[in-house]
Ligand binder design. Sequence first.
Ligand SMILES: NC(=O)c1ccc[n+]([C@@H]2O[C@H](COP(=O)([O-])OP(=O)(O)OC[C@H]3O[C@@H](n4cnc5c(N)ncnc54)[C@H](OP(=O)(O)O)[C@@H]3O)[C@@H](O)[C@H]2O)c1
Length: 284
Amino acid sequence: MAAGDPIEANLSSKTYVVTGSNTGIGKEIARGLNRLGARVILACRNQTKAAAAKDDIVSSTGNDAVELIALDQGDPSSVKAFAAEVAQRHDQLDGLVNNAGCWLTTYELDPQGIERTFTVNTLGYWRLTNALEPLLIEGGGGRVVNVASEMAYGLQADDLGYQRRRWSGPAAYAQSKQGNRMLSWVRAERLRDKGVTVNALHPGVVSTEIARNGRGIVGGVSRVYFKVFGLTPTMGADTALWLAASPEAEGHTGKFWVKRRQKRRRFHDMERNRALWKQLESLG
Ligand SMILES: NC(=O)c1ccc[n+]([C@@H]2O[C@H](COP(=O)([O-])OP(=O)(O)OC[C@H]3O[C@@H](n4cnc5c(N)ncnc54)[C@H](OP(=O)(O)O)[C@@H]3O)[C@@H](O)[C@H]2O)c1
């Protein structure tokens, strides 16, 4: 099946979490799942924007099975509280789409000394998936879908606070997206016998709010670039939606996808990947 073709699936008994689903790609992934019948939990930090997204999704799909639970992916206590609330409401989950992400324009450290882009984009996915793993295993066949990026390079695990390198927004973003993939391959390996699949994907260059914080000439140029050359958010959501919902994607795990096609799996040094996982365990 080609990218953009309708997905044949009935998700009416299934429940998914989609992070960062108040706008952009995440909102269209949530809409697509909900249209196929799923109950969708919108995991967003801004509840006003999340409520507006819920109204918009429900009015377009006619399926009112949309829930809101607050999540700040950059805050470990919020991740914990979010997972506890999901567990309170649901006995199992059928899928988790880790999508929320940021591209920062200022250097910032979290309280543990980790650069903020990595905290949100990499640690955020990792912590949330750890917290929801029991519900996904309970779901028997749960799917973890990690929205990553082709823009992935330069990860230095011994300098996650950028103490020994010059920081830039693009470099920090690329590092965080390399981390997404390295950890996806480890999680796929760890969950292989538990019936949960883990895949990562690049959504394409998509016209969303991702470049919203860009300042000056570079910021202006990137916003115009995304607007002029970017795919629509619906097109950008296609591969993630397919991985989360399609019977065709069933059983695939530990793979990287673009336009519903498997691509070469970079960052496959598993010793290095497992070492990164272990390092993150010490951060909690
Ligand atoms: N657009 C592209 O060309 C492109 C290319 C490759 C990969 N991606 C990836 O696609 C994913 C979605 O991005 P997008 O393009 O749809 O961007 P977007 O329009 O900026 O949406 C990003 C979403 O993430 C949420 N978010 C950011 N930080 C968060 C946090 N700390 N806690 C909870 N939610 C948070 C945002 O919430 P707020 O509205 O509250 O900020 C928003 O809902 C990201 O992982 C991005 O890296 C995008």
